[in-house]
Design a protein around this ligand. Structure first.
Ligand code: GAR
Length: 206
């Protein structure tokens, strides 16, 4: 089975990016990361790309007059790498460009550290911890024009009842993110998803 061409979009430390590369190396994720795209020239994710000989492109907001022009540039880069799946891994911007969203419809995914629709937006783990929730988790979903509102592909519950702080909550959920994301990416190489009632349903390639 041919490997899935993946592009990673990340803004920060890139631990999910690293975890995906680890799972690919371990033979548990049938994908190849072709390019990292970041909006942050200081992102640690760039070091990970360099260490692994992966191309990277910096697309900064300040270089574009309009937000949609930034997304048009990202679309151009994705096309040039023949990207099959766009993986947001700690990419802290909402994608607003119509061209990008339409061209890669149902091929852009995001991981979010809560059980959506609970705790969307920033600091989801802190929101969960502060709410006193005993259980939180992670969600992998398709990206559309809404904030963390696209069709859900996969969710995993994490018991956070023993967590003493928001940081501990984030660390505990992150460990689960690191395994879950690569598993979902692997599935994309083995089939495709259709959307039914705002839910993603997997259809295996025959
Ligand atoms: C992860 O916990 C990811 O779920 C979260 O940012 C962190 C990135 O960590 N994403 C969001 O909150 C998106 N709304 P990483 O850079 O180490 O992968």
């Amino acid at each position: 089975m041919s490997k899935l061409n993946v592009a990673i979009l990340a803004s920060g430390r890139g631990s999910n990016f690293q975890a995906i590369l680890n799972e690919i190396k371990a033979g548990r994720c049938n994908a190849e990361v072709k390019v990292l795209i970041t909006d942050n020239p200081e992102a640690k994710a760039i070091d990970i790309a360099k260490q692994n000989n992966i191309s990277f492109e910096i697309v900064e907001r300040k270089n574009f007059e309009k937000r949609s022009e930034m997304d048009d540039k990202i679309k151009e880069i994705l096309d040039s790498y023949k990207t099959e799946l766009v993986v947001l891994a700690g990419y802290m911007r909402i994608i607003k460009g119509k061209l990008l969203l339409e061209s890669y419809k149902n091929r852009i995914i995001n991981i979010h550290p809560s059980l959506l629709p609970l705790f969307p937006g920033e600091n989801a783990q802190k929101q969960a911890f502060n709410s006193g929730a005993k259980v939180s988790g992670l969600t992998i979903h398709f990206v559309d024009e809404t904030l963390d509102g696209g069709p859900i592909i996969y969710q995993e519950k994490v018991d956070i009842s023993d967590c003493k702080s928001a940081e501990e909550t984030a660390d505990k959920i992150l460990k689960h993110e690191h395994k879950a994301y690569a598993k979902v990416i692997d599935l994309f190489s083995r089939g495709s998803y259709i959307i039914e009632d705002h839910k993603a349903v997997f259809i295996k390639k025959t």
